[in-house]
Design a protein around this ligand. Structure first.
Ligand SMILES: [Zn+2]
Length: 166
């Protein structure tokens, strides 16, 4: 008997899961600020690394990130990928680009969409800025930012973004 004829010992089925996300204090503070259209990181008092979104502690030093650091909504593309496979339930039609966005003055990046540019023109180091939803649609979510779009500024050499502990 070939593998094609072997009986399946599993069965595929759709399931529906409901869950409730409970944010910690650092994320709650961050999301309350995002609802007001502000992006505020937290810095480690020892190494000065700026985390956005903050998680409340510095993984390098194991201490609380107690210093708030207001950031702009500008940054650069640290890395990116072109998505060609549709995701069930996702209204975005492939191909589209997901990028690790590094905001200016931040030491970590987060995942977000890139739009407003031909995919072939997207590059690492490209300067970008958030495109926000209308204010009346803002919630406690980074989805308040529809996507990031290129701005007319020189690219960043991302190798210069490597963190140097102070
Ligand atoms: Zn630190």
């Amino acid at each position: 008997m070939s593998n094609d004829q072997a009986p399946k010992d599993y069965r595929e089925s759709l399931i529906h899961l409901e869950y409730q996300y409970t944010a910690g204090s650092a994320t709650t503070t961050f999301l309350n600020q995002v609802k007001e259209g502000r992006l505020v990181g937290q810095a480690c008092p020892k190494c000065q690394a700026v985390y956005v979104p903050p998680r409340g502690s510095c993984p390098r030093d194991g201490i609380a990130t107690t210093i708030e650091v207001p950031l702009t909504d500008k940054g650069c593309i640290e890395s990116f990928t072109v998505v060609h496979i549709p995701i069930p339930g996702n209204p975005i039609v492939p191909p589209y680009v997901c990028a690790m966005v590094r905001l200016d003055k931040a030491n970590i990046s987060f995942l977000h969409l890139i739009q407003g540019v031909e995919i072939d023109n997207i590059r690492i180091g490209m300067r970008i800025q958030a495109v926000w939803k209308p204010k009346e649609e803002w919630t406690h979510s980074l989805e308040n930012i529809k996507w990031f779009a290129p701005i007319d500024e020189p690219d960043i050499d991302v190798s210069t973004l490597r963190f140097q502990a102070s």
